[in-house]
Design a binder for this molecule. Sequence first.
Ligand code: PGA
Length: 241
Amino acid sequence: MRRQLIAGNWKMHGSAAEMAEFDALRDALPDDAPDVLVCPPATLIQPLAARAGRIAVGGQDCHPEAKGAHTGDLSAEMLREAGASAVIVGHSERRTAYGESDGLVRTKAEAARRAGLTAIVCVGESGEDRDAGRTLGAVLGQVRGSLPPDSNGENTAVAYEPVWAIGSGRTPTVEEIREVHAAIHATMRETGADGVRVLYGGSVSPDNCAEILQIEGVDGVLGGDVSLTSAKFLPIVEAAA
Ligand code: PGA
């Protein structure tokens, strides 16, 4: 049985107000809380890690290389030094806005592993893929292309995030989520991956989290908007406790 992971992606939101939300979440964590991870903008990794208690702190992206002439980028090693224990790679917003390919995402996941971070590798079909009946093909293609070999539960988690569900208030049905998670787990077993958690992400809310978390093959969730407010994120943590 894999331990549940409840992760939050703050995206490009992060001010003093959100620091207070982090503190409130930390102070209210139940004793039997699952693993909780918050990924703030990189500027907040260090201050949040210094006050994190049982919450793990992660980055939202990293460069494949450890150092070099890459203006504006951060390496996995730098995130680690700032206090991160994980990093999201291949989020659909980056795949879309910066044209990140599966191959690039894989090198980022390898960089995370090199630095001792858990890579949260995001995959998910577009609305067009879903409508055309290509969901499994699209998602499993990303899984095969983006995950380094020999991934395990320590160095890797996968986040299945249908692109059309992110920020839209729409989610797949329970059966659709179950089908995709089962297919991802099966594909990872074929590649020798062992114990890798598969999270669901995309419009997770306090209202739908309990139903999503009980789906077979769902080992936690990755929330965006909902993770910015402790009053909304805490019920999700509690639902997984
Ligand atoms: P959302 O975002 O929860 O706001 O839909 C999820 C994500 O992008 O990881």
